[in-house]
Design a protein around this ligand. Sequence first.
Ligand code: SF4
Length: 434
Amino acid sequence: MKPKKINIVTLGCSKNLVDSQVLAGQLQKNNIELLHDSNDLSARTVVINTCGFILDAKQESIDNILSFAEEKRAGNIDHLFVMGCLSERYKDALRKEMPEVDEFFGVNNLREIIEILDADYKKELLGERQLTNPGHYAYLKISEGCDRSCSFCAIPLIRGKHISKPIEKIISEANYLASIGVKELILIAQDLTYYGIDIYKKQALAELLLELDKIESIEWIRLHYAYPTSFPTDILPIMRLSSKICNYLDIPFQHINSRILADMKRNIDKENTLQLIKKFRKEIPGIALRTTILVGFPGETVEDFEELKEFVKETRFDRLGVFTYSEEDDTHAAIHLKDDVPEKEKQRRADEIMLLQQDISLEINTEKIGRTFKVIIDRREGDQVIGRTEFDSVEVDNEVVIEDPSASIQIGNFYKVEIIDATEFDLIGIWNYD
Ligand code: SF4
């Protein structure tokens, strides 16, 4: 019987969040009330959208399934469904281990999930969804899957081959998002820079950006998950000349040592990595670079790690995240390389990189004191509002904290803010009414 209320629990990355939002949009049109990531057991049907990226993420997914399985055994919920990356990969094993789960789905089973929930698939909703984040920004997924073969990564095994969404579909989705009040579009994919190769036989991110740039009420367009090899440099002048495309680029480099990069099957070496970063900073002065670093990869020596530290010190990334290598089933690295760096040492290296980055981030933030920036307001906390500059993406980067005792400031609006102080990961600002 069609449930009246469903709780969708979303784990993992922004791509998973978009999948949950699409499902929520469909269920909402079937007059089903929705909760998100809730412990509120008044929703007696629960759908968990899992992540299967790395060990920690898998464990978090399993813990969530087990806790709701417990609720089901206790009679507090009636139905439990699991979807997403972990389920895509380990459906059969999970089914044996977790009989409380009514059904397991993969990453491309929207219609099947809607059907089992006794709802109707609404074809007319293509490109529409229910935003579960504050309504002034939205993730825009431009493709699915990945054709790269990074030796540590299981995503191609989970999400399959790279499939670009046609430009017209992306533009209609972006217009829909703009029509419901979205001002900031955050472009995501497994590999953003590969966009178009499958359907247009060439990299088409530049064309897509020029089209998105025309959408009037969109004020910011942000790029995440770029890939360094054969980077489409034709987007750089478009980014520089556009008043909407943020001078911000998220591009995971993972490492800098050429031997490690080769073993990671990243198809780029140290020299070309450094050249690419130089080009970014020459073509777009002041661009904020976010990257991800992977430490403890098989064969990473102390000298390799020292080289990586030097790279982080020299490059001074504006934003940086670090992961420790975890052996993922059936990946090239898991099959062919020995996971020889002890877990403790992996963690020590990750901590050392983050300490380095903390100092760099403080220096970069301190350089912003006295300058005025356009800031979007994300939320209110007591007498303060919290926002971001164009150099900061949601949830992963720095924030701007501003006193607003008058509560006159609107969430989702842009304001001019002068920076008066800085910490490692935050900026302190005051309103600039000039
Ligand atoms: S680009 Fe590499 S790391 Fe990223 S999803 Fe594809 S295979 Fe994984």
